[in-house]
Design a protein. Structure first.
Length: 211
């Protein structure tokens, strides 16, 4: 496939899978149109890159359905000045979307092979406002904290206190929570540090490993 065809597939993805389901944030839509999703999926699955489904990657992980990527990103209400923490780099696709709509992204991945391949991929594609960290996502990444926005792409049994503490006042975090059935939880912190949690979509994510 040539680049023009991939651009057409991305536009079709945005029109049929994302706009039609109510995603309206222009930064999110433009990022979804721009980021070459086919370069973030395993080579044997490139033809499936723009379909309306999650796809398997290495080490038992997944790359999320395009709509879920767009939905979670929109719920963050990103500003171009935002500093974002992502827990679970995976292949780096969600990272790239965040990179297009914010000032900088710190992304933490616990699996060395995924960390290394995503780091190389993001660097090769010119995402120079991304810092990749090999580490335990439960602990966030204190040296770069606090963060305006936090996104977690694996399901935790509860919201880690470390992530709440690293969220800035007036910050927002989106995280899947649950060990059986899972729900996205939107966490907001007001200017006084008060926390509010709001239940959102039912979802299926791989588990967030504590240790």
């Amino acid at each position: 496939m040539d680049n023009d065809l991939y651009s057409q597939l991305r536009e079709k993805m945005v029109q049929l899978q994302i706009l039609s389901r109510g995603i309206a944030d222009t930064k999110v839509l433009e990022a979804m149109r721009k980021v070459p999703r086919h370069l973030f999926v395993p080579e044997g699955l490139i033809e499936l890159a723009y379909l309306d489904c999650a796809l398997p990657t290495s080490n038992g992980q997944t790359i999320s359905q395009p709509y879920i990527v767009a939905y979670m990103t929109e719920r963050l209400q990103l500003k171009m000045s935002d500093r974002v923490l992502e827990i679970g780099t995976g292949t780096g696709y969600q990272t790239a979307i965040l990179s297009e709509a914010s000032s900088c992204v710190v992304t933490v991945e616990r699996i060395p092979e995924l960390y290394q391949s995503a780091k190389v991929r993001l660097e090769s594609l010119g995402y120079d406002n991304v810092t990749c960290i090999l580490g335990n996502g439960y602990e966030g990444f204190i040296p770069e904290s606090p963060y305006d926005k936090i996104i977690v792409t694996a399901a935790a049994p509860f919201i880690p206190d470390a992530l709440i503490s690293q969220l800035s006042p007036n910050g927002r975090m989106i995280i899947p929570v649950g060990s059986g059935s899972q729900e996205l939880i939107l966490v907001t912190k007001d200017e006084n540090g008060e926390i509010k949690e709001e239940k959102d979509l039912s979802v299926i994510f791989v588990p967030l490993v504590e240790k």
